[in-house]
Design a protein around this ligand. Structure first.
Ligand code: AMP
Ligand code: MG
Length: 332
């Protein structure tokens, strides 16, 4: 069984950023960092500015509360657990998240489908990954899909589908963290939640995109960008081998099986956290050609890495991407 944690760009970003902040901290001595585990993933926070110690503390509280109280299907007290087991009134936050995700579901023609929880559960990712019986997948797929969700004002019914924040929750957390930082005295900050990163402040940032074949600390390219959200989805994040075949966690909503295309990772740069996270998953499902058009429609920049080590980059960030591993090259 192969299983790698999704710290993708987070780790390399942290190490690249350390350099930038090391220079910076001579003038701005208020840099504080904290690492913790929540939302089933590793979270790292690095902030500079007068309120940075308080920000580190508040971010931990925010993420833990968002996870256990709102987004986590594992938490019996969460809002999403209540919705999945019957529906009801949505909080203002949930209404916004669901409405944004439904928009991406529709615009991606179902490639981003956040109501595949029953199908994902069959595969056992994060638990005991295994190949489910084909009949089980077909039966679960029938009951699934964001198209089953009905909304009336702030009332929602999932109608048997299971809503899952696996593909957008990291970005949602980063949107909430950005709002929190806006209310504090923070000059620059970098927060990573699994494979999604918030780059906050007025400086330019450089992040590394993880080597799909290497360990989490090695990267194949760097991207320089002003403040943004950067999310990566990769088939190497969670996968297992059975009967000589590798199965990963990003599902084709039409079949209920892992997406099989040319891609190994997709990175999306956006000014919105939810969009960066959801679109990295959606573009993985869509493949490079359709995914490129889709990202463009959302005003996002995107980087596709395929299994032949070819890299395709959207026009808006072409000049900001530098390949650092010479076994990779830009697609023609
Ligand atoms: P990410 O790592 O952001 O690409 O999200 C992957 C996670 O989202 C998986 O572990 C599943 O929980 C869920 N997921 C899998 N396939 C899809 C899909 N096609 N649309 C939305 N969520 C998905
Ligand atoms: Mg995602």
């Amino acid at each position: 069984m192969k299983k790698k944690k999704s710290i993708i760009i987070a780790v390399s970003a942290a190490s690249l950023l350390c350099l930038a902040i090391a220079v910076y901290s001579a003038i701005l001595p208020k840099k504080t960092s904290v690492d913790f585990f929540s939302m089933n993933t590793y979270i790292t926070v690095s902030a500079e500015g007068k309120d940075s110690p308080a920000a580190c503390e508040e971010i931990q509280k925010l993420v833990n509360n968002l996870d256990s109280g709102v987004l986590s299907r594992q938490s019996e007290e969460s809002e999403i657990s209540a919705i999945n087991s019957g529906g009801g009134k949505m909080s203002e936050g949930m209404r916004r998240y669901i409405s944004d995700m439904l928009g991406i579901y529709e615009a991606s023609e179902g490639a981003f489908d956040f109501a595949l929880g029953s199908v994902s559960d069959l595969w056992g990712f994060g638990n005991e990954p295994h190949l489910p019986a084909d009949a089980e997948i077909k039966a679960a797929l029938k009951k699934s899909g964001a198209g089953k969700i009905s909304i009336n004002g702030d009332e929602i019914a999932a109608n048997g589908a299971v809503i899952d924040f696996g593909a957008a929750g990291k970005g949602i957390a980063l949107d909430e963290i950005k709002s929190l930082l806006n209310s504090m005295k923070i000059k620059n900050a970098v927060v990573s939640v699994g494979g999604s990163i918030l780059l906050y402040g007025e400086k330019d940032f450089t992040v590394g995109i993880r080597n799909p074949e290497g360990n989490p600390g090695s990267y194949i390219m760097t991207v320089s960008t002003p403040a943004a959200f950067v999310s990566t989805s990769g088939s190497y994040e969670q996968n297992f081998e059975e009967n000589g075949k590798i199965y990963h966690h990003i599902l084709n909503p039409e079949t209920g099986y892992p997406v099989q295309n040319e891609l190994v990772s997709v990175t999306v740069v956006s000014d919105n956290g939810l969009a960066s996270d959801a679109l990295s998953t959606a573009c993985f499902v869509l493949g490079a050609e359709k995914g490129m058009k889709f990202a463009e429609k959302y005003g996002c920049e995107v980087i596709f890495v395929d299994s032949d080590k070819k890299v395709t980059v959207s026009d808006g960030i072409k000049d900001s991407v530098k390949l650092t591993d010479n076994s990779y090259s830009f697609a023609e």
